[in-house]
Design a protein around this ligand. Structure first.
Ligand code: SAH
Length: 211
């Protein structure tokens, strides 16, 4: 039997704190969410390793450090309404559910959306709504959002997501093509968008029906 709790704490100390993640709410959330539940049986022993893992349909669950970095950038408060694009396994969705009041998440692959819905229900998350579809359109009926987390790389930031950001809202998104992507952080202040650039990253592509 694998000791997941110890592996989780070691991941938090070495991969997160050790690399500068210091937000205690995020570290506490990451010590509560059982990452092993978001991967298939055959990858469970690797759930806390320092890299992405396959989750089916050619997609991956993001490396823990990258998830923490993106969550830290979003600066979530317990009152926030959050939107996630690219539910995948539902791991980051669970973390958003721990950190925000309400989470809306969109996944393009219906089977991944169904699996994530089941995992999140089994773990008791009730403040999450999952949708199967094209997340680059956002969810106009639930907008505006205080925070938007995009887990797939777009050639440019989709306009509908910028439009659905609340005033004072924050978005983090990998932007670029297959082999060259960078995290971009967007803030909306008095209706103006302020964009800054961060780490070089590698995500699966955001497949948009728009382009
Ligand atoms: N946060 C997830 C990451 C999954 S990888 C996790 O940790 O498990 C990114 C996901 O984005 C994939 O599941 C992929 O199917 C999905 N995706 C790609 N384009 C999309 C789109 N236009 N709308 C919604 N989801 C999309």
């Amino acid at each position: 039997m694998h000791d997941f709790a110890s592996a989780r704490e070691l991941m938090i100390e070495t991969q997160l704190r050790g690399r500068g993640i210091s937000d205690e709410r995020i570290l506490a959330a990451m010590s509560r969410v059982p990452r092993e539940r978001f991967v298939s049986e055959s990858f469970r022993a690797e759930a806390y390793e320092d890299h992405p893992l396959p989750i089916g349909a050619g997609q991956t669950i993001s490396q823990p450090y990258i998830v923490a970095l993106m969550l830290e950038a979003l600066g979530l408060s317990p009152q926030d309404k959050a939107l996630e694009i690219g539910t995948g396994s539902g791991y980051a969705t669970a973390l958003l559910a721990e950190l925000a009041a309400q989470v809306f998440s969109v996944e393009r692959h219906p089977t991944l959306a169904d699996n994530a819905r089941q995992t999140l229900a089994e773990l008791g998350y009730t403040n999450v709504k999952l949708f199967a579809g094209d997340g680059s359109l956002g969810i106009p009926s639930a907008a505006p959002f205080n925070a938007i987390l995009v887990s797939a790389a777009a050639p440019e930031i989709p306009g509908p997501l910028l439009a659905q950001l609340a005033d004072g809202g924050r978005m983090i998104i990998p932007v670029g093509r297959d082999d060259s992507q960078q995290l971009q952080f967007v803030r909306k202040v008095n209706g103006q968008l302020i964009v800054s650039r961060g780490e070089l990253v590698r995500f699966v592509p955001l497949i948009s029906e728009r382009s």
